[in-house]
Design a protein. Sequence first.
Length: 264
Amino acid sequence: MPVAAADLALITEAAHEAGALALRLRAEGLVTEYKAGDSPVTNADLACDALLKERLSAARPDYGWLSEETADDPARLSKRRLFVVDPIDGTRSFLKDRPWWVVSIAVVEDRLPLAGVVYAPQLDETYTAMAGRGARLDGFSIHASSCDKVEGCGMVGDARMFAHPAWPTPWPEMRIEARNSTAYRMCAVASGAFDSTIAMVPKFDWDLAAADLIAREAGAFVGDHHGRPFSYNGLKPAQPSLVCAAPRLAPLILERVSHIALRN
């Protein structure tokens, strides 16, 4: 079996195990703490991270490891391949029993995603992709939409951001819906359920890597607000911003956001 296919099978099975664990622990009652920036972390986040690290590192001991809930180890920088993991992306949704949270796992090789899975346990949706092999939802091929107009497009994001008076050109009327999980937002674009999602704040590699591959393999554009593609496993494992959009819509979105100067 080719490396990417074997890795995808491994991470998909592991994502399902972690999702089942998260659901069980929430049913039993969660213990919640707050990290810097008022970001919640539960005992389920930590337990799923531990499960995935043990399971995946045992199967691929030569791979590096990067996860939101594991202290960063600079040894990953010397690894050609590594796992990039968010054990629960969308913890606020998870806490509130809303379905838009996911287990996100990517295998990154030479700074680009080789295989990725985004599993939404409450929705029973499994998004997968391998580089050059297309993207799938529950085994069926998915494709980004053919939307070519900002007006009336489906945008996953915060309506307050688009209504802010600082935009040089006001945004037109759009169908805007919020989802806490960045990875799930990108998968919604990949499947054509929405046409775009943007974030004008930094996003960590674990928020993006798996869904980046899934969205691009579905034909969507993925990059920062200047149109630059992402490169993973850098010294600082983060990207400056996010634009994920249907291919014909992406240039119109970038035209509206590329002027923004962001702090590093």
